[in-house]
Design a protein around this ligand. Sequence first.
Ligand SMILES: Cc1cc2nc3c(=O)[nH]c(=O)nc-3n(C[C@H](O)[C@H](O)[C@H](O)COP(=O)(O)O)c2cc1C
Length: 335
Amino acid sequence: MNLKYEKYWKKGKDFLNVEVPIISGAMTWISDSKLVKAVSDAGGFGVLAAGNMPVELLEKEIKVLKDEKANFAVNLIVIAPNYLTHLKKAVEMGVEYIVFAGSFPRKEEVKIAKEGGAKVMTFASTESIAERMIEYGADALILEGSEAGGHIGHVSTIVLLQQVLFNFSERIPIFIAGGIATGKMIAHLLLMGAAGVQMGTIFAMSEESPAHPKFKERYKRANAREAVATPRYDSALPVVSVRALYNKGIKEFGKLQLELLEKLKKGEITRRDAVYKVESFWVGALRKAVQEGDINYGSLMAGQSVGLINEIKPVKKIIEDLVKEAEETFDKICR
Ligand SMILES: Cc1cc2nc3c(=O)[nH]c(=O)nc-3n(C[C@H](O)[C@H](O)[C@H](O)COP(=O)(O)O)c2cc1C
């Protein structure tokens, strides 16, 4: 890809070893080897979602991508029941990039990944977590603001930029996620010192995304304000907020939370089991929406960026359009 403003893209390109540092973030049930390969073929960087996959399936998916010589990472959810088996498998298969998600990895786990030759990427939601992840050996950071889709943190992208990007971008490549849907935004983020961006919703809506046509059509019509974050009713049940399009599925989640809180109060369930039930609810609800097209009761996890995306396009076109618009923006600003 011929980039006139190569100097702004270079840090992320070199780190990811790609033509353009646009990452398609992992999305459980959506980021399979087909979508990841399409992103890699288009010059970007794909992330395979290990989620709760059986390890045999993860192995198969990694093999497909390795055989195709795709540029990709594997996203491991550190709170998933088979997380350590996933980590072992990814390392054993020589995966070159590992993204730790869901929470923060332990130092030994980062060490396992690095000793296997992988570059490690972690999220960083505060300055102190960024410091800790760098100390553990992270090679790059992802800053994901609360505008993002799926499980989210508490802080918006714009605050994370000031808190983490501006203070750490000289030390480590930083990729920005959450709320990004235009090339204009990408150009501005690169000018601020970002190494690149990670986007989810835009790729969930791509032609190559395995999501059900009803799911994509619903996203096409959605406004930004429909992508709401679920509340935590009581600290006794420490649920992580999920951002998704408001529907009956979200109401069901409200009911589940109240039922679980009642059971916790009566001592009928442990906190660990209650949290597990919440996470299983989301995995199941997302599958219902993505695979069955149940847009009423399934979970329509989406970032607020959903309001900026009104077309279903092939991945190649998405990336080409983003890069073109980013370069045009550099043209205007850097003349
Ligand atoms: C449907 C959906 C599922 C997601 N699943 C995961 C996941 O399994 N692991 C993860 O690290 N992030 C997950 N994310 C977050 C994305 O990787 C990405 O960081 C986020 O979507 C960026 O915000 P955007 O949607 O505004 O582009 C998910 C997001 C969506 C929309």
